[in-house]
Ligand binder design. Structure first.
Ligand SMILES: Cc1cc2nc3c(=O)[nH]c(=O)nc-3n(C[C@H](O)[C@H](O)[C@H](O)COP(=O)(O)OP(=O)(O)OC[C@H]3O[C@@H](n4cnc5c(N)ncnc54)[C@H](O)[C@@H]3O)c2cc1C
Length: 381
């Protein structure tokens, strides 16, 4: 059993960490306060492979293993939750289904520009006003055949990147009768007539990661834009979400790591009753719990990524890792504020933003409750 990262993975972590420290972290407060997307940094990510982490090299991607991809999102999360979410969604949600299920023609058409940063980003739109956890029963966006085209009508919600994306993969109902084979993933270029973008949502955190409602009003795309098999949209989506869960867990882990580091620095500097607060056992215990849980979350995430790379069943491990890492991150950020006392509640200190940013992670890409259901189903079966 070897717990060490390979030399390539260690070197990649160092390169990404340095890049994030230089280009992403210093902008985190600005993107939070203004809601501006950090295109400056994202445009520089193409050559580093961060925009096509697991896209095969023949399509311009970096073709990395899942552990390296996990490390990349962890490091981005350490720097800025917003930018990390946009890049995670671009890689794992927007491009993942294309890589795993797209036809050669669709891959050739879209991946080279998405994976290299020559174009804009990619987006996956599953959620609707009446459908989040229950996609099978709830999706109403309808795609009907008209000759050699799909005609799509419906409304999606909470689509990360949609307004800054070239492509949206929309989960559509292609058999109005319902059932587990009634959903299909269809790629919609965002400049197609009838794609109507709402205003970016006003959110609690992650303000530099724009999230949109999208309406499809008689949107026509060729049948060849079907991603994977007609009627297999739900199964494909579940596969994509399993991979995405490792990524969201890694993002939460990165935020937790940053809050932990900030807590240690503050605890050594802040003095009460004549000594640094790091000398108080109550503070030491919070920091010890942070260190332990972060360590455990990291190993669970890398283990799930490793299982995937071995071609083994990884969905349960990914669900466990996402559940644990995101809830750890919330606890760590909560305690980071506690350690900072009143200053922790101030926008002048970064832990306040981290707490708001990490709050999404137990909700997006499978809530904690849904993850517990999936895990329970697996262990009880
Ligand atoms: C910032 C942000 C970005 C997002 N980005 C995207 C994106 O890029 N693409 C996309 O498609 N979606 C995206 N989403 C949507 C997100 O995936 C959903 O919000 C999430 O899946 C939960 O769905 P819901 O909001 O409809 O909640 P619901 O499904 O309505 O759930 C509400 C509550 O009920 C619980 N619940 C539901 N069913 C059960 C059950 N069977 N047993 C126990 N508890 C249950 C849930 O856990 C939750 O606590 C994003 C959301 C946000 C806030």
């Amino acid at each position: 059993m070897d717990f060490d990262l390979t030399r390539e993975q260690q070197e990649f972590r160092r390169i990404v960490h340095d890049f994030v420290a230089r280009e992403v972290r210093p902008q985190a407060r600005h993107v939070d306060e203004t809601g501006e997307f950090n295109w400056g940094a994202v445009h520089k990510m193409g050559p580093l492979g961060l925009l096509g982490l697991q896209v095969p090299e023949e399509y311009g991607g970096a073709g990395m293993d899942s552990i390296a991809a996990t490390i990349a999102i962890e490091e981005l999360g350490w720097g800025c939750g917003s930018t990390a979410l946009a890049v995670s969604a671009h890689n794992h949600l927007g491009q993942g289904p294309l890589v795993d299920f797209g036809s050669p023609a669709l891959k050739e058409r879209w991946l080279p520009q998405l994976a290299t940063g020559k174009g804009r980003l990619a987006c996956l739109a599953l959620t609707e006003p009446g459908a989040g956890s229950d996609l099978q029963g709830g999706v109403r966006t309808l795609a009907t055949r008209a000759g050699d085209e799909w005609v799509i009508n419906g409304a999606k919600m909470w689509a990360t990147n949609a307004g800054i994306a070239d492509t949206i993969i929309a989960l559509c109902r292609t058999d109005p009768g319902g059932g587990s084979r009634s959903l299909t993933q269809i790629l919609v270029p965002t400049d197609t007539p009838g794609v109507i973008m709402g205003k970016p949502e006003k959110k609690m955190g992650l303000n530099g990661s724009p999230t949109y409602a999208v309406t499809f009003d008689n949107v026509r795309v060729p049948l060849s834009n079907t991603v994977g098999e007609e009627g297999k949209g739900l199964q494909q989506t579940l596969h994509t979400l399993s991979k995405g869960r490792v990524s969201i867990g890694a993002l939460a882990l990165g935020i937790a790591q940053a809050a932990y580091e900030a807590s240690i620095a503050y605890a050594k500097e802040r003095r009460t009753f004549g000594q640094p607060i790091s000398h108080h056992q109550a503070i030491q215990f919070m920091i010890a719990d942070m260190a332990t849980e972060i360590h455990a979350a990291r190993h669970m995430l890398y283990w799930a990524a490793w299982l995937k790379d071995q071609g083994r069943h990884f969905a349960t491990a990914a669900g466990m890792a996402k559940l644990f890492a995101t809830e750890v991150s919330e606890r760590v950020c909560r305690n980071a504020i506690q350690i900072h006392g009143g200053y922790g509640y101030s926008r002048e200190f970064e832990v306040e933003r981290m707490y708001r940013d990490t709050r999404l992670m137990t909700i997006g890409e499978g809530t904690s409750e849904i993850n517990r259901l999936v895990i329970a189903r697996s262990v009880l079966s």
